[in-house]
Ligand binder design. Structure first.
Ligand SMILES: [Fe+2]
Length: 224
């Protein structure tokens, strides 16, 4: 949809192939690990969740990139690969490892210019950056913003409630847990740089606020 002015470097068919690769990579990371891995029962640690999170980040990052004038292909390919190594590597190393997987994949296809590969890998490598978002390239910024935004809002709330089930908590704890999602949302809103991401952050924050108010309104003894 829409008018594509720039020449596309990554066709939709190529992008679908990349998706397939990333999801197979995630599933294989879980299969080959030994018993007693990294709390795989936790909602955030399954290949299915990671797969879904990546799709959400691709969508959010693409929207932000389009509206903010970033290179859409660099951004969406980086978003797709950003957590590819998450299930096989420690948290502190997964960004670097993901960039290596992305480079290997893109080089093996042989048709992408080195400058494109470099930009994609830089964004993947820097997506865990904790500093000011005005320090990084625009495409990296779009990716980090999208990654932050997927943890807040209705989706973040649903995951937090799911986690309560795994932890055998009762629903009376839900106001406290939703409060954590809200806090995360405030942090995300204060960190994002672009107007597009700010708009999405506020919309999602509002949803969590509503939900927490509804809970307190409906459940006796909650929020006192
Ligand atoms: Fe992520």
């Amino acid at each position: 949809m829409g008018v594509e002015i720039k020449e596309r470097r990554v066709t939709d068919a190529e992008f679908e192939e990349m998706k397939q690769f990333v999801f197979e990579y995630l599933a294989a990371s879980v299969e080959k690990e030994e018993e007693g891995g990294r709390m795989r029962w936790y909602p955030w640690h399954s290949a299915e969740y990671r797969h879904n999170h990546i799709l959400n980040v691709v969508e959010l990052a693409t929207e932000i990139a389009q509206k903010e004038g970033a290179d859409v292909d660099v951004t969406r390919v980086a978003a797709l690969f950003h957590d590819v190594a998450k299930l096989e590597t420690d948290q502190e190393l997964h960004a670097e490892a993901g960039a290596r997987v992305a480079r290997e994949y893109l080089e093996s296809r042989g048709e992408y210019p080195e400058s494109f590969i470099q930009q994609v890998c830089r964004a993947v490598e820097q997506h865990s950056y904790q500093g000011d978002l005005s320090d990084v390239a625009l495409e990296t910024q779009c990716l980090i913003e999208a990654d932050l935004l997927d943890k807040v809002g209705a989706n973040g709330t649903a995951l937090m409630l799911l986690r309560m089930g795994y932890e055998a908590r009762t629903h009376m704890d839900s106001d406290e847990m939703v409060e954590r999602v809200l806090e995360r949302g405030y942090n995300a809103a204060s960190r994002v740089e672009s107007e597009t991401a700010e708009g999405i952050a506020h919309q999602r924050l509002k949803r969590v606020k509503w939900f927490s108010e509804w809970l307190e309104d409906e459940i006796a003894g909650m929020g006192d």
